[in-house]
Design a protein around this ligand. Structure first.
Ligand code: FES
Length: 296
């Protein structure tokens, strides 16, 4: 049986490239590459051995390849000292990487029509998903958006891989001026979409989910919550998610997610512990309550 447990590895940087407003860094990490499934992420230690930056950074995986035994490319924006340090790495520098982490995107059993929606560099994990879906015979249509053209990640690949690729920008510098959700209903109709996958900021995921529900198609969304440990220990990444039993639990984005069914996330309560969430102050257990994010 395939081993899906995450591994910790120390591997050399292969390439660091600038992609518009972002950086894409590939590292040799065979154990991670062979276990990876689309939607999962990695954490990377930053700052070097004597650094005071003790928490590793969670990063979207853009691509894995079999070269050099297995490489992993992740995408990030060089904001803050940790990610700026990462952007300054050079080939052959060594990086400590843990992964693959989290639950991947569920894949359809049949060859269905899929709309993939990405905001900013949240588009990055959708490309390995697109390749996997295409190999299964699925139709793929992309909707990618950001504030401006330089922040829409992966336009060339989206055009190459997908049946259609629609872009939106806040300033109108690429594609349609506006948000991804302005064009999404038409793309769903035109592509006869059966399922929606999305990754990006929480408001975008909320609005994509609402549109998917209106068109009665499932939405699988990958959240971008801030994370400290990435392995389910610290609870910094929790968000309220409704389980199969109707009970809200504070699910960990890093281990119960980052992919959730959109309609299960209580978007309006993200950042809070709702009074009726399991274990919240004043909460009283019902007959079906259990202590995990079961079915989230
Ligand atoms: S990041 Fe620590 S529990 Fe999720």
């Amino acid at each position: 049986m395939r081993d899906v447990r995450p591994v910790q590895t120390r591997g050399p940087v292969l390439t660091v490239r600038r992609v518009d407003s972002y950086h894409a860094l590939s590292v040799v990490a065979p154990g991670i590459a062979e276990r990876f499934r689309p939607g999962q992420f990695v954490t990377v230690a930053v700052g070097g051995e004597r650094s005071s930056m003790v928490t590793a950074r969670p990063l979207h995986v853009h691509d894995v390849k079999s070269d050099y035994g297995g490489t992993v490319e992740f995408v990030f924006e060089a904001t803050g000292p940790g990610l700026t340090w990462l952007a300054e790495r050079r080939p052959r520098d060594l990086l400590d990487v843990v992964g693959p982490l989290g639950r991947p995107f569920p894949l359809p059993r049949d060859a269905v029509n899929c709309v993939l929606v990405g905001g900013g560099y949240g588009s990055a994990p959708l490309f390995s998903l697109a390749h996997t879906l295409r190999r299964r015979g699925c139709r793929v249509d992309f909707v990618l958006g950001a504030a401006d053209a330089g922040r829409v990640f992966g336009t060339l690949t989206a055009r190459r891989v997908a049946e259609t690729a629609t872009f939106t920008t806040g300033d109108g510098s690429l594609g349609v001026r506006g948000r991804v959700t302005d064009v999404l209903p038409q793309v769903i109709v035109d592509s006869r979409a059966d399922v929606l996958y999305a990754c990006g900021p929480m408001p975008m995921l909320r609005d994509c989910t609402a549109i998917a529900m209106k068109y009665e198609i499932p939405a699988q969304v990958a959240v971008e919550e801030s994370m400290a440990c990435g392995t389910g220990v610290c609870m910094t990444c929790v968000l309220p998610v409704i389980g199969d039993d109707g009970v809200t639990r504070m699910a960990r984005a890093c281990t119960d997610g980052p992919v959730f069914r959109g309609e299960r996330i209580r978007f309006d309560d993200v950042g809070t512990i709702p009074y009726d969430a399991l274990g919240a102050p004043g909460w009283k257990p019902g007959p079906d309550a259990a202590g995990t994010a079961r079915g989230a």
